[in-house]
Design a protein around this ligand. Sequence first.
Ligand SMILES: Cc1cc2nc3c(=O)[nH]c(=O)nc-3n(C[C@H](O)[C@H](O)[C@H](O)COP(=O)(O)OP(=O)(O)OC[C@H]3O[C@@H](n4cnc5c(N)ncnc54)[C@H](O)[C@@H]3O)c2cc1C
Length: 473
Amino acid sequence: MIKNKTMTEIPNKFTSELTSILGKKYVYAEPEKLEAYNFDGTEFRYLPGLVVEPETTEQISQLMKLSSNYRIPVIPRGAGTGVTGGALAIHGGVILSLLRMDKILEIDDISMVAKVQPGVINFEFQEAVKEKGLYYPPDPASYETSSIGGNIAEDAGGPHCFKYGTTRDYILGLEIVLADGTIMKTGVQTRKGVVGFDLTNLIIGSEGTLAIVTEAILRLIPLPGKTITLLTSFPDILTLTGSLSAITRNRIVPAALEFLDSNCVNIVRDKIPIKIPTNFSTLLIIDLDGEGNELERQIEVVGNICIDNGASDVLIADSSQKRKGLWDVRRKFREIIKENTNFKRGEDVTVPIRQIPALIQNCEKIARKHGFVNYNYGHLGDGNVHVNLTHQEKNVQIVQKSELAAREIFELSVSLGGTISGEHGIGITKKDFLDPDQRSGSRQNRFVHLVPCCSTIAWQHHHQNRTSHSVLA
Ligand SMILES: Cc1cc2nc3c(=O)[nH]c(=O)nc-3n(C[C@H](O)[C@H](O)[C@H](O)COP(=O)(O)OP(=O)(O)OC[C@H]3O[C@@H](n4cnc5c(N)ncnc54)[C@H](O)[C@@H]3O)c2cc1C
């Protein structure tokens, strides 16, 4: 259902000036083209007034100057897989598709850095660096389709972020275009660099609200020797989280640690290559990587810890085919839940690891209270739990109840020392729920205080004969 709140009027003069910047071929106003850009990974649909596909940073700069003169909103868009509506044209305006800027500009295997345009697809980049024996770890479950620009804008995470960190940890520098068309470079091309304020980190995770990312310098690491996957099941989430501290106490950091709760397990029992006893209801997927004896040690120690902590059995998926089968189930879990229900609302709250059992037990209670069936799965090692509320009916009352339940889940997460989103961002779907996070003094709140503070510093430097630009850059 299309539901624009307001529709920004686009004057003909604006369209013709834009056409002279980008060429007729890359400015779309035909209804079928606009419809092709009215969606993202949410169920919402908003029709843009125009869609443009620039090829260069200079074109984006001119587009931004023009749009700010005419006060027309511009919405940057990568692959449109975002799940919080950030790439949707809620007020119409211009969708700026970055998918034509899809070149890997450089992979330097000596310095272990790469330079890419924002429209490069994560999977294609991973494959390209793998050929040079290098590794780019950020791997959102959408990695086969999502863009590096979108990953940067959302600070995307993924299963392998437990050991290797999120997108933020792999961005050294950016080229960005500001709302007034200013082109700016942030950060460095080196693995170290401390000069000036860290504007790169300000842009990462800013969801396209501060600037358009037009180029990125990415940090790479050597490709791990070999990766194997262990699959095991536990009686409950408490015993499962108990194993985690035992694993790290043994100086082992698994490359990935993903769990599925009992409701999830029930719908995938026949899709996974392990027989799970009926009284073992929580599934754990563990990736271990390394070389030779050290990898063997990890497998033995982790396997024993799981069994000692009450796991049923430990299955080793050592061939790439078996691993792929397992990870496909995990990566497609969002879709698998959707296939089994008529209504689904998914949140990605994050809590300190020791609070995961409390989070899950209380989410189940909240879901039950509001009449939902609750599916929990996600990145155990990061405390990042995908909490899903589902219902066999879909109507206005169910949607309203899900809003109440979501608010309680957000309050719960924050009260446990967590946050309302670990990787999906705020977008349009969570902006009315920011207050619990803000009350807790988290990043959003500190940002509000920081902005006036930054302006004061910039002003002072400016008046000490330094330009505000050099201070901020
Ligand atoms: C099946 C599925 C699984 C997913 N799994 C994960 C997961 O495991 N981890 C995770 O973190 N996310 C996950 N996501 C969410 C989504 O894939 C990520 O947020 C991804 O980073 C979005 O990339 P995109 O290219 O699709 O961006 P889009 O959806 O096009 O845009 C997302 C946001 O980024 C902004 N943006 C896009 N490009 C730029 C740019 N160049 N400059 C400035 N702003 C820009 C947009 O304005 C928007 O606000 C999943 C989504 C789906 C559908």
